[in-house]
Ligand binder design. Structure first.
Ligand code: BES
Ligand code: ZN
Ligand code: MN
Length: 501
């Protein structure tokens, strides 16, 4: 897809489709009034018909009249006071989803309404809309069916219509948005692939290909080396499967090198290629979703590649423990006592609380490799979705200044988080009779305790993003198909590139 920035009015852009963003109540004044006039009143007629009613992501096609586009597509952002980067991205995605099976090769977007809604920032408007258009082009059916017509059309050209003073910033913003969107789609594609396809070894191969393409250092630690190092929690989860674990380590620049903020940021991603629960086996209902339990790993692998594209010289580390959690003759059993890489004896009460086990060793290892700040991403609990739903990611962080940095990155990324408290009152529930700590206890405050468990395995500023609710949609949305959605990728990239010189 070529991106072309043109300066001028929306009615001057020649394309198959002209996108007309409507934020809040539609008001026919200024350029919108003139655009309507040139369509012969088509937009006003749509509004009178009730089509531009302000329902978020609702779209309506209009005939072009004298405008050179073949069709106009009005898309509503919903109420103006709820408008922000997240909605802008999703407007872009909704446009692409709307174009499935349509004969469209070139799309022009009138940026001014979006820029105005974002406080006059045309560069961010270009970035969010472009990122959304790229993300909206993702279709999981295309993973195993190359010739599917379920996918939105691949665009030849995106035309961004802006004002002359903003043209340079818009071009830069659009490039950044495209890179962000492509990175999110890389994560989604990996995460959506099935467990008979993406085993830990295959995920490591994919990571290697990505590392080679982007010039990242990679180390893949197999079972033997993991045993020598003492990554016994990581190995304990993988024992039941014939598909052996891999600890995937990616890095830009040298070991422990600091970025411009004095950090060596380590991104950790849960890579459970299938979570059957192990001996504490899950019920059959929706167990197939657990092929998506590797989403955190896929996200950090994509995020380090995206960060490398945006900030080639910036130090960054990613650690993705990849395993299959399966029952089997060799599987870990409830009550097994296992020594973590950091020396903690863990009493594995429930083999289905496996994410925290592999993350614990990965966090220790990241610190050994010089990480000064950690963020982990994991489909860690079902509880987070039950507690706060599927539209906002649960976050834990300590100390507060590190949370502030993560939250600021989230704002730039247009992603929502809700902070869950690390209530020390519940630490006693983690006491183990035989070991130092249990991996699972009573259901009371189980979400809080998942965070408290992980916290035991960090000594540096750390944040934990529980995407158990948000990682994938269970049904089609206006802006995304069912399946992995790339959540947290943009936040991780924003957090990382803040450290570029
Ligand atoms: N991968 C699951 C969490 C999950 C479940 C994410 C459903 C998304 C949808 C995780 O490994 C798990 O099984 N967690 C248990 C923890 C419990 C045993 C302490 C859970 O949430 O029930
Ligand atoms: Zn899991
Ligand atoms: Mn589990």
């Amino acid at each position: 897809m070529q991106i072309r920035v043109v300066t001028g009015h929306p009615w001057e852009a020649a394309a198959d489709l002209l996108v007309v963003p409507v934020i809040g109540e539609v008001a026919f004044a200024g350029e919108l009034d003139e655009l309507d006039r040139r369509t012969g009143g088509e937009l006003r007629a749509l509004a009178a018909f009730g089509e531009l009613g302000g329902k978020r992501y609702a779209t309506a096609l209009a005939a072009p009249g004298d405008v050179p586009a073949r069709r106009l597509l009005a898309i509503s952002a919903g109420a103006a006071d709820g408008f922000g980067r997240e909605v802008a991205v999703r407007m872009g995605s909704s446009v692409m989803r709307r174009l499935v099976k349509r004969d469209v090769h070139t799309v022009a977007v009138w940026l001014a309404p979006v820029a105005e809604g974002l406080g006059g920032d045309a560069a961010v408007a270009a970035e969010t809309i472009t990122r959304g258009l790229v993300e909206g082009g993702f279709e999981p059916k295309a993973i195993y069916h190359e010739d599917t017509d379920a996918a939105p059309p691949a665009l030849d050209e995106l035309v961004l219509v802006t004002s002359p003073d903003a043209a340079t910033a818009v071009a830069a913003g659009a490039d950044r948005g495209r890179i962000m969107g492509e990175g999110a789609n890389m994560a989604r594609r990996l995460a959506n692939r099935s467990a008979n396809d993406v085993t830990p070894a295959v995920l490591a191969d994919e990571a290697r290909a990505i590392a080679e393409e982007h010039g990242l250092w990679i180390d893949v630690i197999d079972e033997g080396r993991a045993a020598d190092l003492g990554m016994n929690l990581f190995l304990a989860v993988g024992r039941g499967s014939a598909n052996k674990p891999r600890m995937i380590v990616l890095r830009n620049r040298g070991e422990g090198e600091r970025d411009a903020l004095g950090r060596h940021l380590g991104l950790i991603g849960k890579g459970v290629c299938f979570d059957s629960g192990g001996i504490s086996i899950k019920p059959a209902d929706r167990m197939e979703e657990m092929k998506m339990d590797k989403t955190g790993a896929c996200t950090v692998i994509a995020a380090i590649a995206t960060a490398k594209r945006l900030a080639p010289d910036m130090p960054l580390l990613a650690v993705a423990p990849a395993v299959e959690n399966m029952p089997g003759g060799n599987a870990t059993k409830p009550g097994d006592i296992v020594k973590a890489l950091n020396g903690t004896w863990v009493d594995i009460i429930n083999t289905d609380a496996e994410g925290r086990l592999i993350l614990a060793d990965a966090m220790t290892y990241a610190e050994r490799l010089g990480a000064t700040h950690l963020v982990d991403v994991a489909t860690l609990t079902g509880a987070v979705g039950r507690a706060i739903g599927y539209m906002v990611t649960g976050a834990f962080a300590t100390p507060d200044p590190w949370w502030d940095q993560v939250a600021a990155a989230a704002d730039r990324a247009g992603e929502r988080y809700w902070r869950i408290p690390l209530l020390r009152d519940y630490l006693a529930d983690l006491d183990s009779w035989y070991g130092d700590i249990v991996n699972s206890s009573s259901a009371e405050a189980s979400l809080v305790k998942s965070g408290l468990f992980l916290e035991k395995f960090r000594t540096v500023p750390w944040a934990h993003l529980d995407i158990g609710g948000t990682a994938y949609y269970r049904k089609n949305m206006p802006f995304a198909p069912r399946g992995a959605n790339g959540v947290t990728h943009a936040t991780l990239v924003e957090l990382a590139v803040a450290g570029a010189g």
